[in-house]
Design a protein around this ligand. Structure first.
Ligand code: SF4
Length: 53
């Protein structure tokens, strides 16, 4: 599977981002913002694999 098919991401200043559309990282880790195990809404989640470009 090509990376363009499985992870869409618009975080343009991430090292792994391609064209403000896709993630090229081989794997990503996503956690809840506040360290808890439940988010309740998408906005409360964040990508821990983010790397400043
Ligand atoms: S590592 Fe996370 S923030 Fe960076 S492009 Fe991939 S999904 Fe987006």
């Amino acid at each position: 599977m090509d990376y363009q098919d499985h992870i869409k991401c618009t975080v343009s200043d991430c090292h792994y981002n391609v064209e403000k559309k896709y993630c090229k990282a081989p794997a990503i880790e996503v956690n809840v913002d506040n360290g808890q195990m439940t988010a309740g809404r998408a906005q409360a989640t964040m990508c821990k694999t983010y790397k400043s470009s």
